[in-house]
Design a protein around this ligand. Structure first.
Ligand code: GDP
Ligand code: MN
Length: 378
């Protein structure tokens, strides 16, 4: 569950972390009124994506008239696939330095991890590529939480002199907030050091574990539902888990894990997945609508079908899929890979009914699908 920036900042403030004074507005008039009260302001589109600064979604307005104009521009516009229905209007902060600070779930265990970098205001993924040495992490014993001495040490390693104690204090408070809100990620980027030497959270991304919704009803109420594409809505109605992406290689696989692995390998081998679609145990009964949805995607150039059977039988999955295939007669190049329970019968069925030869391994099928996607369709 993604918590919107303005709501996340209220939580930071409650936790004793400074945030710029501000308010949410949904009209140019409201934005101008807020600017009249606050002075020069930053007007920030409230959409649940990062990189708004780069895409023009975070703008400075020096006067109420400018704030009015900027809000008129932003409200109703689209950033990514999100329509801007509200802006956060905040006092402009004079920034001397920008840090990156985050508390996240440890990728490999039950602990939390604190991340601090002197390179704030840019994506941490970019920093990881350009200057990994500037990223410092500390794993926390969840029984004690982040201890102040440990936080001070981390801040000192980051080369913060005068601001180190205040930054350390923010980290300790972030760690507590992360724990108390059942968060997966609490990211403050940038955490600004102001001209006056104060430490202020200029942006906040807070993601709450969806499974904690029952424990966090007040946060769950804030969580912005992801807007769905038309195909995603159709899939949802059929009970299919489908996410549309912007790549060229379609994915049809059984089970969420295998589907994600397939997407990862497509990426790893230099391609871009067009979707996530898990057809799991319903492959047999939902093969036709599932196939229809995958084929309807814009930008689709090839298709990987990856079935792996354990309890579920791949011959049953392929049985269902070949019927749908014969009905729909797709002309997209398709690359099958089938393993596990029932694979021998499934492969035979694929050859006999569709005249398609499955690939011996997933990597080979995916590599072939990527090169087919790269062919000029002529
Ligand atoms: P994001 O691009 O979606 O992550 O949006 P941010 O809230 O991080 O804003 C983008 C950038 O705008 C930040 O990295 C800052 O450099 C800048 N910014 C945001 N608020 C302020 C502010 O009050 N004062 C100044 N000087 N810069 C700001
Ligand atoms: Mn940011």
């Amino acid at each position: 569950m993604n918590i919107p920036e303005h709501a996340a900042k209220a939580l930071l403030e409650n936790a004793g972390i400074r945030v710029p004074a501000g308010t949410v507005a949904d009209s140019p008039q409201g934005t101008a009124r807020a600017a009249a009260r606050l002075g020069p302001v930053m007007v920030k589109a409230q959409v649940p994506v990062g990189g708004r600064g780069k895409s023009g979604g975070v703008r400075l307005a020096r006067s109420p008239a400018e704030a009015h104009a900027v809000a008129g521009d932003l409200l109703g516009s689209r950033i990514d696939r999100h329509r801007v229905t509200g802006v956060l209007v905040e006092e402009r902060v004079r920034v001397a330095g920008e840090l990156y600070a985050a508390v996240l779930n440890h990728p490999a265990g039950p602990a939390r991890r604190v991340v601090l970098s002197e390179r704030g205001g840019v994506d941490i993924e970019d920093t990881a590529r350009t200057d990994p040495g500037s990223i410092r992490t500390l794993d926390i014993d969840p029984r004690t939480g982040l201890r102040p001495e440990a936080a001070r040490q981390l801040a000192a390693q980051t080369g913060l002199d005068r601001a180190a104690p205040a930054v350390a204090d923010v980290l300790v408070r972030m760690d507590r907030l992360h724990r108390d809100s059942d968060a997966q990620l609490l990211e403050v980027n940038p955490l600004a050091i102001t001209d006056a030497g104060d430490v202020v959270a200029l942006d906040c991304k807070l993601v709450i574990d969806g499974a904690a919704a029952v424990r966090q009803p007040s946060l769950a109420a804030f969580a912005a539902p992801e807007p769905l594409t038309e195909l995603e809505r159709a899939a949802r109605e059929l009970g299919l888990q489908f996410v549309e992406l912007d790549g060229e290689v379609g994915v049809l696989a059984n089970g969420a894990g295998l589907t994600m692995t397939t997407m990862d390998v497509i990426r790893h081998l230099g391609g871009r997945p067009a979707n996530f679609l898990e057809i799991g145990g319903d492959a047999y009964t939902k093969a036709r609508p599932a196939l229809e949805i995958v084929l309807a995607q814009r930008g689709l150039r090839s298709l990987v079908v990856n079935f792996c059977g354990a309890f579920a039988r791949t011959d049953v999955m392929v049985g269902g899929l070949t019927v749908a295939w014969a009905e729909l007669q797709p002309d997209v190049p398709a690359f099958f890979t089938i393993d596990g329970t029932g694979a021998a019968a499934a492969r035979r069925m694929l050859r006999e009914r569709l005249g398609l030869e499955p690939y011996p391994t997933m990597d080979e099928a995916i590599a072939a699908a990527i090169s087919a996607a790269a062919q000029d369709p002529g």
